[in-house]
Design a protein around this ligand. Structure first.
Ligand SMILES: NC(=O)c1ccc[n+]([C@@H]2O[C@H](COP(=O)([O-])OP(=O)(O)OC[C@H]3O[C@@H](n4cnc5c(N)ncnc54)[C@H](O)[C@@H]3O)[C@@H](O)[C@H]2O)c1
Ligand SMILES: O=C/C=C/C=C(\O)C(=O)O
Length: 492
């Protein structure tokens, strides 16, 4: 299937509309970097219309005041509608982002799961009460926060959009989504899905466009009390500054440079499988990628050699080919940036043991052979900066203390991975690594009830399970006297 819209439009108040000033930008196909469609480029005026539609839907109901069970029925219908077109969504995602089709299918399935999961969470959510018998009853109810602004990145766009849409809708918010401008295609499936599921017009809106215009206007809009953002740390800081003007609620899921600690007593085969998958799946364009592998010196040379050998065998190819393991990076600018890091690493004296080259037969697209740098030191830029591609750094360590110090020698703190046969040490190190999430003798398996997010420069706040519901709702505490009230008598 290759029939794509000629123009990807906004979706405002239940209507597909172009930008008010008619502007649009090209969208490139990452395998050959030619434009294959255009996306509407929204400005402040388009954002204002979308926020007005969302606000109207919030104020006139029924969405925010609907019984949670009824909203859950609609969320499950959204999941059904995603599943019914899962193959098409995956095909669009692979075409638009360069993600391998088999992995894009997994992401589409996870998108449906996001809606089913939050349907369950919201039905199971209750209010809180704190009673002091005979004296006081304090109860807490939660109200949807209002019009939510959701701003999402280009890696796994559909999954990450739904990771925010599902809890925002479950909570009773109405919303405006601003997808990433490099990957708008899969979001164009959402209006049909929402209509088919019975989401009332105005509850769900999309404004496309470039971050500094459409995204910035959403952050600046006074009628949007919350911004949930996933993207780069630098962008997160800009958004925080701008959101400070209206004291907005913020959730920030930002970048990472996550360490994988491999101790000599670990199951080295499992650690190797996890290390290879952790950096090369999703083209390495993954926030939780294990991009720094720290290996105990006694197994360092052997582990590095095996890692390089596996990297050399990873199948780089066209995203639509089911045999492909690493596809094309999102955009020529990003590709150039990742290639720059290959040059930087070499220039800094790191030892290139695999990849580092654009496969000749795929020239013209944003391809890169899986790349492994060994002997990387904490002084090097490739150790410190998020590359966000199929490039991994390997560094030796001698002691547990040194391993932890190296793991933490970064401004980021999103995820960590620890491999050891000594469980006491495993728990000790798991506690000492500075990260919001840590996998011990496990690869990146997610339980959607758990808090997802990072510390340090990797973000603020958590999403997942009740943490997402907390984010999209405001608590209201009511204090009730149960007995006689003894108010101090001033001025009596
Ligand atoms: N922690 C997580 O959960 C997580 C998940 C996925 C990706 N990421 C991070 O995302 C980054 C890659 O995504 P990206 O390059 O699309 O990020 P980005 O920050 O460039 O863009 C993200 C979104 O923000 C918008 N934007 C850009 N400038 C803006 C501004 N001034 N105001 C408002 N919106 C603006 C963009 O249009 C896009 O929709 C990586 O750093 C990656 O680690 C983090
Ligand atoms: O690239 C970032 C991946 C983020 C993953 C999630 O938000 C998730 O698994 O819920």
């Amino acid at each position: 299937m290759t029939d794509y819209p000629e123009l990807i439009e906004h979706y405002i108040g239940g209507r597909r509309v172009p930008s008010l000033d008619g502007s649009a930008v090209d969208v490139l196909e990452p395998v050959r970097n030619t434009p294959y469609t255009r996306v509407a480029a929204g400005k402040a005026a388009d954002v204002a219309e979308a926020v007005a539609a969302a606000r109207q839907a919030y104020e006139s109901g029924p969405w925010p005041s609907m019984r949670t069970r009824e909203r859950a029925v609609i969320l499950n219908r959204i999941a059904d509608a995603i599943e019914a077109r899962g193959a098409r969504i995956a095909e669009m995602e692979a075409h638009d982002t360069g993600l391998p089709i088999t992995q894009a299918r997994g992401q589409a399935a996870r998108a449906a799961e996001n809606f089913r999961f939050f349907a369950d969470v919201i039905v199971a959510s209750g209010d809180e009460a704190y009673s002091v018998p005979g004296s006081q009853l304090n109860y807490v109810t939660r109200k949807p926060i209002g019009v939510a602004g959701l701003i999402t990145p280009w890696n796994t766009p559909f999954m990450l959009e739904t990771w925010k849409l599902a809890p925002a809708l479950a909570s009773g918010c109405t919303l405006v989504l601003k997808p990433a401008e490099w990957s708008p295609l899969s979001a164009s499936a959402l209006p049909d899905i929402m209509e088919e599921a019975g989401v009332p017009a105005g509850v769900f809106n999309i404004v496309h466009g470039i971050g500094e215009e459409a995204g910035a206007a959403l952050v600046e809009h006074p009628d949007v009390p919350i911004i949930s953002f996933t993207g780069e740390t630098t962008t997160g800081k800009i958004i925080m500054r701008s959101a400070a003007e209206h004291l907005k609620t913020l959730s920030m899921e930002l970048g990472g440079k996550s360490p994988v600690l491999v101790f000599a007593d670990a199951d080295l085969d499992a650690a190797l499988d996890s290390a290879v998958f952790g950096i090369f799946s999703l083209n390495g364009e993954r926030c939780t990628a294990g991009s720094r592998i720290l290996v105990e010196r006694s197994v360092y040379e052997e582990f590095t050699a095996r890692l390089a050998e596996r990297a050399d065998k990873v199948r780089v190819g066209l995203p639509g080919d089911p045999a492909t393991e690493v596809g094309a990076l999102i955009h020529p600018e990003h590709h150039a940036r990742v290639l720059d890091y290959v040059r930087i690493g070499t220039g800094e004296g790191a030892r290139l043991v695999a990849g580092g080259v654009v496969p000749g037969e795929l020239a013209g697209g944003n391809f890169l052979r899986p790349t492994v740098f060994a002997d990387v030191t904490p002084q090097m830029r490739i150790f410190n900066e998020e590359i966000f591609g199929p490039v991994v750094c390997v560094t030796p360590f001698d002691t547990e203390e040194e391993a932890v110090a190296l793991a933490n020698a970064t401004r980021y703190g999103l995820a960590g991975y620890v491999w050891t046969g000594d469980l006491k040490r495993g728990h000790r190190v798991a506690g000492a690594v500075e990260s919001g999430m840590l996998w011990l003798n496990s690869h990146n398996v997610r339980d959607l009830r758990t808090p997802f997010g990072g510390i340090k420069a990797s973000g603020l706040g958590r999403e997942g399970g009740r943490h997402s519901i907390d984010l999209y709702t405001e608590p209201k505490i009511v204090h009730v006297a149960l007995g006689d009230t003894h108010v101090p008598r001033f001025g009596a």
